[in-house]
Design a binder for this molecule. Sequence first.
Ligand code: NAD
Length: 321
Amino acid sequence: IRMIKILANDGISPDGQTLLEEAGYEVDTTRIPQADLPGVIGQYDVLIVRSATKVTKEVIDAGTNLKIIARGGVGLDNIDTDYARSKGITVFNTPAASSQAVAELAFAHMFSLARFLHGSNRAMPVSGGTEYDKLKKKFSDGIQLRGRTLGIIGFGRIGQEAARIGIGLGMNVLAVDPMIDEARIDIKPYNSEYITMAVSVPTVEMDELFAKSDFITLHVPFSGGTPIIGKAQFDKMKKGVCLINTSRGGTVDEEALLEAMASGKVAGAGLDVFDFEPTPRPEILSHPNISLTPHIGASTLEAQANIGLELADRILAFFGD
Ligand code: NAD
């Protein structure tokens, strides 16, 4: 039998590489320059890329032995997916690897908004004395998350991870998702062999979520078009709501958000994604009640390692190992 040869042209995490090598596959992590790729790709069964390598028609045509093209991470825009599939090549990415990372970032923003971490971090370089006391007063009316209602819009991989965390914190979790009526979620205390709690989370109508939620977090895909949250939606929300967006720029109408914050309807926002990346609106960047991160939802060490493991698992499954 011919050994299965894998080219991981943009690298693969050591865990994932080990898993494949232990199964007897050859994993080549030499980075072949784009122009030389057609010349060598013919010897490989699997091509693994991140975002750097472009898998063009030319590369696909030259890859006469290719069975799989795998993209580590989310998105497939650097791969001519339709053309590859038309040639019978399996194409996939690793959308689950970063779900926990994104869900945790949403809560990092929630905690920041609940206790003004973003504001106090900006304001803390003070000279002490009365200035310090002023700050203390300014940031003293924070709230606890326990007992608050969390509205999750989009109840897929990330939304369901967010529900697990919210339930663990003692929040009342509501979810909206046109594709899901009720999701059964297993909650396992970390590393516990003994305890698993099965929780059923039913989804509700959007208006009910708007009317009841103290925190609203978005975990929906977005491919352009009308924002999911605009003026009409803000009008239906509770006064003092906090909004978290770690999904995609465009899902929230940023101008409507700024208006809703000016009127006091929205007390705070946590944003990882923006209408304009990498140059978000200055009014967003300088807003005292917005907690900001530069699109780092998926960027944890664990998520990076998970990408390699998810790639390895799927490749092994494809070849029946
Ligand atoms: P998923 O496909 O598992 O889940 C998305 C869910 O949203 C689906 O169940 C779908 O039915 C639902 N949905 C679609 N339109 C909806 C609507 N209008 N209202 C309510 N629900 C709707 O996706 P996922 O893995 O959970 O990812 C969710 C989003 O997170 C994606 O848009 C992705 O781009 C984004 N994301 C961001 C980062 C980051 O770095 N910030 C990283 C990874 C993913």
